[in-house]
Design a protein around this ligand. Sequence first.
Ligand code: ZN
Ligand code: ZN
Ligand code: FE
Length: 743
Amino acid sequence: MGGLRIRVRGQVQGVGFRPFIWQLARRFGITGEVLNDPEGVLIHACGADLGGFVSAITSDAPPLARVDAVETAPHLFDDAPTTFEITASQGSGAETRVTPDAATCPDCLADIRGSDPRRAGYAFTNCTHCGPRFTILHGLPYDRAKTTMGVFEMCADCAAEYTDPADRRFHAQPVACAVCGPQLWLDHGEDVIARAAERLLAGEILAIKGLGGFHLCCDATNAEAIATLRTRKHRPTKPLALMGRWEEIAAHATPSPEEHAALSSSAAPIVLLAHQRSLPDALAPGQDRLGWMLPYTPLHHLLLDAVQRPLVMTSGNLSGEPQVIGNDEAMEKLGGFADGILSHNRDIARRLDDSVMQVTKHGPMILRRARGMVPDTLPLPPGFEDTPQVVAFGAHLKSAICLVKNGQALLSHHLGDLDDPLTWDEFVKADADYAALFDHHPEVFACDLHPGYRSSQHAAARAGAALVEVQHHHAHLAACLAENGWPLEGGAVAGIILDGLGLGSDGTIWGGEVLLGDYAGFTRAAHLMPAPLPGGDMASREPWRNLLARLDQAALSDVADTMLADAPRDVLRQAMAKGVNAPISSSAGRLFDAFAALMGFAGAQSFEGEAAMQLEAMAWRSVAAAGDPYPFSETDGVIDLAPMWEAAVADLRQGTDKSHMALRFHCGLAHACAAIARRLVIAGDAKAVALSGGCFQNALLLDLTVSALGDVPVLLHTKVPANDGGLALGQALIAATTDPRDR
Ligand code: ZN
Ligand code: ZN
Ligand code: FE
């Protein structure tokens, strides 16, 4: 009997693919079987409408699936099958892959708002198309026993759903209902949601257990509650994320179709949307945008339905520490911040922060890759098919690990600042954990050139001989190439890398570079004129220190004397003159800080990037007027900043509108870097221009740079952060191309 052997590749395991195929077979009158194997899903099919069946595999695929390829070949059945069956998985190492956590689907939302007592109002409702995945996983293979749902025995009704291929809960590992599943609590008593809503509406702060950790939550329309939260959490200005249903979002923001798509993706990330000033400024002082996310678990939906207004949902942690995930830990650490703790008895196996995105004129951009986005893999560019297994350990402040295997890269979730001891523990655990999950046995190890990073020290300790130390900004360039699928032999690219701080190949600190190169190597084609960082680390916290150094360098010391009259200028000038605790850096990030200080940013930043974000917000307010760029002059690859400072000080003296000055600054920097990169492309030295580094999270700078580049091909970050969260991907590919004799 003639039929087809159909191979489906992609993200097709753990997403309800086999029951989907089973249902399709019924629809098209197909008999045969479907099963999982190490390559994906395999189908043996016979019937009259095989063509319709095959095309529906792609067109009707379940929401969480990603079909990369459907390959067909003739198949001979000994006897024509009379039924269509889901048969046992085949092949050793047929690891059932785990997919990212997914926001509650519309059907489950209807269930919790419906009348079936098993699911109505039930905060742990989920199905094959939604629910917790990575955050409840202890280990592979992904089945219930290896998750934090293992301790809950399914009731007969849930078991029936779980075993019925026609049911949308068929093989949904976390399946549960009010009879058998986890339960909520808030102090003592029943009606948890109603009481939580009442207390939030009364202005209380609650700690709430979410998918990847606890949040601290309060009424986002209540300025007093926000002030209390900020005081208790010692978080004076860092923006607070909001959660709202479409009703709440529409009342306070106007998302574009692209922003709408980002918000409603199964990852349900925080998306930065223009602030229309209908909510308290204290949510994000000095910023023009607010971070919004949709409710992504049934618990969130039930709460939002009950309060019908936006809620602050900020990560529940002590300052600088990772988010709290355990119930006892929540009592101990969040008890002092929160008036009550809304929790439950389903454990969180993996800590995952909320992911953060923005949509620029050039598409979506991921700022923090975490819940809902991991453990997804990225295919490696052409030429990397046979690379060895590599692990790369990233940087220091926004650390993340990258594993390369079988032509795929797995970039870990955002881990955070390795100076924090608990984050450091997380980092070491994540290294072992991802390696175990992906059966990873690295032959090559990669880290940053900076020997002081704890990630570099960890790499050196693990690696022995096969360690590749990668220059920081080269890694940024390679990360951008990699996510754009730039082939290994694709030729050299001009990389405009505008960043915070990274150790350069010459021993000074870099951060404002135009590099020329590819995965295999680079030269430093141009850079911003280096300036001292007076006070070392203090210069990253206090923008005025950079203003002093740069005004002095531009022969504008008199301006510094007036503007920074109360600052300890003499001490710092002596230190800079002697080179004491004043390392030299071409950092673009510190240049942004200096300019923000010129525009009036005083004192210390209370979070990384605060001054630069305010400067960007300021510049956007003038963007309609189009800015005349400040002059940045370039000589032999060194971009001199003195003409810019002179022009800016002249503007300041004339009383020019500060938002216009901020715009002129952005334009000047964009034009200067774009001109150099464009020249490299036109001369034939580079085939395209790549934009990377933390400063390119600045959507205005990105847009102005792309415009200034004109018609040359441009590569941007969309899938991997432009900041150090994406660095490990670049490190891994550079290490993979390094000759074994040089490792
Ligand atoms: Zn669902
Ligand atoms: Zn049940
Ligand atoms: Fe960086």
